[in-house]
Design a protein around this ligand. Structure first.
Ligand SMILES: Nc1ncnc2c1ncn2[C@@H]1O[C@H](COP(=O)(O)OP(=O)(O)O)[C@@H](O)[C@H]1O
Ligand SMILES: [Mg+2]
Length: 222
């Protein structure tokens, strides 16, 4: 792995790197554990949550998160490494929502964030690349208490599409991928299954909890 530099504006140490295997080379985003800024409302190990989010999206067959792995040996120590997607640099949720063609992938992303309990789905964490949408920066997921903070509220109360409900029911049936369980801690895995069961049971996307202790959206929004 070769480090090119730090990505400007990132809140943690987030590095653009190249990974090489033989004569193959890939750009990636490396988040070393050591560079995580401690948060008062989240246990540490954001890099583990990045990997768990990828595995969850894969287990559901939703393909929303670029390939993400844990690297134990890397220039700044253990961390997550995510394939860099070559986005157009101008699209984000608030522009994509204007185009009905993205409605369906955005509902999938909204359902994913409910299940993952994403506390940081900013507009700029939805990327358009390779003719599809990607959800990045998933480190603030999987807390065992409700913490959904997202900008994707356009589908609040909308029916959950049947195929998504079937994918979620499939997850409940087979149980969580062991690798996801190993990356989570305490009650986080059971809480994930409970959120999944609730979403399937309710059959529609939640509405924001306006009376909650915290706003139901992240800050800044983009
Ligand atoms: N997989 C990726 N592909 C392309 N760009 C990415 C990817 N991951 C991060 N980025 C870019 O890097 C920026 C910072 O990454 P992010 O995951 O948001 O880090 P932080 O946790 O520090 O906020 C993002 O806003 C995005 O522009
Ligand atoms: Mg970010």
């Amino acid at each position: 792995m070769t480090v090119h530099g730090r990505i400007a504006g990132s809140s943690n140490v987030t590095l653009l790197v190249s990974c090489r295997l033989g004569d193959r080379e890939l750009l990636a985003v490396y988040k070393p554990a050591r560079g995580e800024r401690p948060l008062w409302d989240f246990p540490d190990g954001l890099h583990r949550r990045e990997v768990a989010a990828y595995l969850l999206s894969e287990q559901l067959g939703w393909g929303l998160v670029p390939d993400t792995v844990t690297r134990h040996e890397a220039p700044l120590g253990p961390g997550s490494v995510q394939r860099y997607v070559d986005e157009d640099g101008t699209s984000h949720y608030f522009t994509l929502r204007e185009d009905p063609a993205w409605g369906r992938p955005l509902i999938t992303m909204a359902a994913f964030d409910v299940v993952a309990n994403n506390a940081d789905r900013k507009s700029g964490h939805v990327l358009l690349a390779e003719d599809r949408l990607w959800g990045i920066d998933n480190g603030l997921c999987f807390h065992d208490e409700p913490k959904l903070r997202t900008v994707i509220w356009d589908f609040a109360g909308a029916p959950l599409p049947e195929d998504l409900a079937a994918d979620l029911a499939g997850l409940l049936h087979t149980g969580l991928d062991d690798r996801i369980e190993a990356l989570l801690e305490g009650d986080e895995a059971p809480a994930l299954l409970e959120r999944t069961a609730r979403l399937v049971e309710e059959g529609c996307l939640p509405v924001p909890d306006e009376g909650g202790r915290w706003p139901p959206y992240p800050w800044p929004l983009v």
